[in-house]
Design a protein around this ligand. Structure first.
Ligand code: B12
Length: 255
């Protein structure tokens, strides 16, 4: 009686199989919960070595990356952001926290594409803004889901987005922004494409903590997604039937 189940599980030992996912979560619950806490604390304390150790344990027990980002990395960053606003921590603490998060992500983020080619994405953080942790997560997850990524880094001028997208014949331009004063440069990317009469050659997707779905609509972007997992859904939708759907496509809720 047990055999067919065992066979089925053996066939798809990957986290996309809901049954396998549940077994991993159940069997490793204690280790996962403990190390999610340790990772959160490590980032809050700006302790890169502790962050690395917790990440190694989480990776060892196959914790899904989305769970780690949503339950440890993002909450820790949000707490620090609030503390920064209340003047309870200062820039050096943010720098250390950022380094600790990046240390963990070096271990956790998937390396290289693993699926058939779905499209080419030019991505970067907009001009004036050097925040790149979220953009790096989005890039890595899109890459693991079949997208070829051309990562322009941070503080990217609007002209550069357009020039590289043209030169690379990209399908999608992805723009990240966490700094409110920089978000106006996103509009310039759209405007440049309109001025050159090539707006319909690229889909533009936007995201990052400073960017609301309303802003995506206002600047005439094609899509907004709350996080990396949803960015994959957004790109899949655009590539599969973007010409038929009403824009912008909004995936997830802002805050
Ligand atoms: C870490 C951090 C830093 C680090 C950045 C390190 C790095 N390499 O990125 C350092 C110390 C360098 C830094 C500097 C500054 N920071 Co800072 N920083 C933060 C902090 C605490 C966390 C940011 C982060 O990494 N979040 C975690 C990631 C995973 O989340 P995320 O970026 O939002 O990305 C997710 C989604 O948004 C989405 N996403 C992201 N990009 C994209 C793109 C697309 C296309 C899509 C679809 C989705 C998507 O998917 C991601 C994964 O889930 C935030 C507070 C916060 N709550 O965000 C402040 C914050 C962003 N910083 C702030 C400020 C003011 C600054 C400084 C100006 C401070 C100063 N006085 O110098 C400088 C900026 C300098 C500059 N020119 O850019 C403010 C911005 C306020 C505003 N709205 O304008 C914040 C909000 C803090 C605050 N509450 O005041 N910072």
């Amino acid at each position: 009686m047990l055999k067919p189940w065992r066979n089925r599980l053996n066939m798809s030992k990957n986290l996309n199989n809901p049954m396998y996912y549940l077994i991993i979560m159940y069997r490793n619950k204690e280790v996962i919960d403990k190390n999610l806490n340790l990772l959160r604390e490590a980032i809050l304390n700006g302790d890169s070595e502790a962050a690395r150790n917790a990440a190694l344990m989480l990776s060892e027990v196959e914790t899904p990356i989305a769970k780690i980002i949503n339950e440890a990395i993002k909450p820790a960053m949000d707490i620090l952001g609030e503390k920064y606003e209340r003047l309870e921590v200062f820039l050096p603490e943010l720098v250390l926290a950022g380094e600790a998060a990046q240390e963990a992500l070096k271990i956790l983020l998937p390396k290289g594409g693993v699926q058939a080619f779905k499209g080419k994405i030019v991505i970067g953080t907009i001009y004036g803004d050097i925040h790149d942790i979220g953009k790096n997560i989005v890039s890595a997850i899109l890459s693991a889901n079949g997208y070829q990524i051309i990562d322009l880094g941070n503080d990217v001028h609007p002209t550069k987005f357009v020039e590289i997208a043209k030169a690379e014949s990209a399908n999608i331009i992805g723009i990240s922004c966490l700094l409110t004063p920089s978000m106006f440069y996103m509009r310039d990317v759209v405007q440049r494409l309109i001025d050159e009469n090539i707006r319909n050659k690229f889909y533009i997707i936007v995201g990052g903590a400073a960017i609301s779905p309303e802003w995506a609509r206002e600047i005439g972007a094609d899509g907004w997604a709350k996080d990396a997992e949803r960015a994959v859904k957004l790109c899949n939708l655009l590539m599969e039937r973007g010409d038929k759907l009403e824009k912008p496509i909004i995936i997830g809720e802002w805050r």
